[in-house]
Design a protein around this ligand. Sequence first.
Ligand SMILES: *Cc1c(COP(=O)(O)O)cnc(C)c1O
Length: 374
Amino acid sequence: MEFRDLKKQYQVLKPEMDVAMQQVIAAGMFIAGAPVKKLEEALACDAGTTHCVTCANGTEALSLMLMAWDIGAGDAVFIPDFTFFSTGEVVAFRGATPVFVDVLPDTFNMDPVKLEQAIVRVQKEGRLTPKLVIAVDLFGQPADFAHIIPLAKRYGLRVLEDGAQGFGGSMGGRTACGLADAGTTSFFPAKPLGCYGDGGAIFINDEQTAALLRSLCGHGKGSMKYDNVRIGVNSRLDTLQAAILLIKRKAFWQYELDAVNCVAGWYTARLADTVKTPFIPDGFGSSWAQYTLRLESATQRDAVQAKLRAQEIPTMVYYPKPMHHQLAFAGLANVETPCPVTETLCQTVLSLPMHPYLTEAEVETICNALKAAL
Ligand SMILES: *Cc1c(COP(=O)(O)O)cnc(C)c1O
């Protein structure tokens, strides 16, 4: 059994995929070919933004956005303590200071109450300027932007949606990646919409910033490629990956998003009486980047994981370590916030196999093994 079955997905998409990849190779336009623009237009439409700028990966997408907004030394950027490393890495990489904010125990997403406490604390300390909130759509479910955005505005902060895991999620009928001042996503193969390598995208409604991002992605280009008006980076999505994503995107909206929601329903129906299953609040939709349970303790979680592994059922721990415990942030972060919820989650979460091609029989097998292990 696979944790996320990309081979099965390829078998389903193979006829169309092979033709599309061959077309790119035959045309010889490996960089900035027609599929890149076509994909950007389609993705902007999905997220409900006027612009989508593709780039090399989800980390670069975040980084580019921080460059465009000129986030740097002396700035405080508020990020959840429970996330993938990139969210904080890009902040420190720009020389700004990540401030870790605890998450909600049921949705795993940034806690707006703790966010306000952190902003007030940093303001009082007076050493850093609060500039930005990066809220993460963890495991496929959008963060609580309905509360985070008005709160951030009250303190004059921008909000960036890290939708690396969020593509396809929704909040109040609006789709993820377009829920804040800007949004980013990742096309890493295991994400809800993944390519066959690395890729990323930025979503934004403001024309001027979109143009700046396009310049930053291309070595700070001005009127043309060999006119460089600022220091930028080389960050782009290959034509081949764009062609692959055009096909995957179609499958995603046609049936994969429904399929993962169906799988989540099968799990929850079988497990809700036994363990803490994921919670999706009213008005929210998840694209199920992960299906994550909360167990009683680290001991129980690790024992369950070992028992499932013995039956060749793969599970994962996302994430075993709070951001504020990462050695890389030692001396670089503002770590005064205690984050007890994140500490507990890191000890107790367990993610089960999740992808659109899981069958109900496989879910049954996993649930029976899990219940026996408990
Ligand atoms: C995967 C991920 C990223 C980084 O994306 P890459 O394409 O791997 O660089 C950033 N943030 C979160 C929350 C992620 O899960």
